[in-house]
Design a protein around this ligand. Structure first.
Ligand SMILES: N[C@@H](CCC(=O)N[C@@H](CS)C(=O)NCC(=O)O)C(=O)O
Length: 229
């Protein structure tokens, strides 16, 4: 029975899972969901993920939600490079970066960019900039981590890089969208402000199967007010 992956285009949590699958070169059945069609709240999907969120995995009778849990499952279930470290020290550090991303970066990034994509930047400007400040503080920390190493932990991509990357890409996309709306979120020029983060993103984007994971609606659409994340 093949692994099925339920995901949403542009969801950073879904992107983590797609990246993990491609880095492990695992085959899977693509179950892309469309939030606008109610796919997330259908009885069939709620039986897979009662929270009605993406991503989720089904492997035979086994179902799992939560992107990091799915990455951990795939790491055990699929051959390919190990994503959660080769030593106690590496595993601990990888989990540290994943936890820091969950606690300090993920929600703030979404809070910073959602109003930009939904055309609500003018009325939510104060809240957006409060989140932007927190995201920039995290980027400054990440910049220091990556200043003299290619990957967050060890000498290869790990679950730490995969967990953080989609939020960096989302912040950058939000900053570019805001710029088009005449608002400087303070991230651009990105490579000038965060050169090590920029080089790290380039390394991920150069991975052989990266393009397969890129959110299809991002590729298709120019960001404009009203476009979904
Ligand atoms: N902690 C969850 C977060 C999942 C999540 O919030 N997904 C969002 C998309 S980025 C979602 O499905 N939102 C739909 C909704 O809330 O209705 C994970 O890591 O998988």
């Amino acid at each position: 029975m093949a692994i099925e992956i339920f995901w949403l285009s542009g969801s950073p949590y879904s992107w983590r899972v797609l990246l993990a699958l491609e880095i492990k070169q695992a085959s899977y059945v693509d179950r892309r969901l469309d939030g606008s069609k109610g796919d997330l709240k259908s009885p069939e999907y709620l039986a897979i993920n009662p929270r009605g969120r993406a991503p989720a995995l089904r492997d035979g009778d086994f179902v799992l939600n939560e992107s990091v849990a799915i990455m951990a499952y795939l790491d055990q279930a699929c051959p390919g490079p190990k994503l959660f470290g080769a030593s106690a020290g590496e595993t601990g550090q990888i989990w540290r970066f994943i936890c820091e991303c969950s606690d300090y970066l993920a929600d703030e990034t979404i809070a910073a960019v959602l109003p930009v994509f939904s055309g609500q930047l003018p009325e939510k400007r104060e809240a957006v900039f409060a989140s932007v400040e927190k995201v920039r503080a995290e980027f400054a920390r990440i910049e220091r981590v990556l200043a003299d190493q290619d990957w967050f932990v060890g000498d290869a991509i790990s679950a730490a890089d995969i967990a953080v990357y989609p939020f960096a890409a989302l912040a950058l996309r939000g900053a570019r969208a805001a710029e088009k709306q005449g608002v400087d979120l303070g991230f651009l020029p990105f490579v000038g402000r965060y050169p090590a983060v920029g080089r790290w993103m380039d390394r991920i984007e150069a991975l052989p199967r990266y393009q397969k994971t890129y959110p299809p609606h991002w590729r298709a659409a120019d960001v404009a007010p009203g476009s979904a994340v």
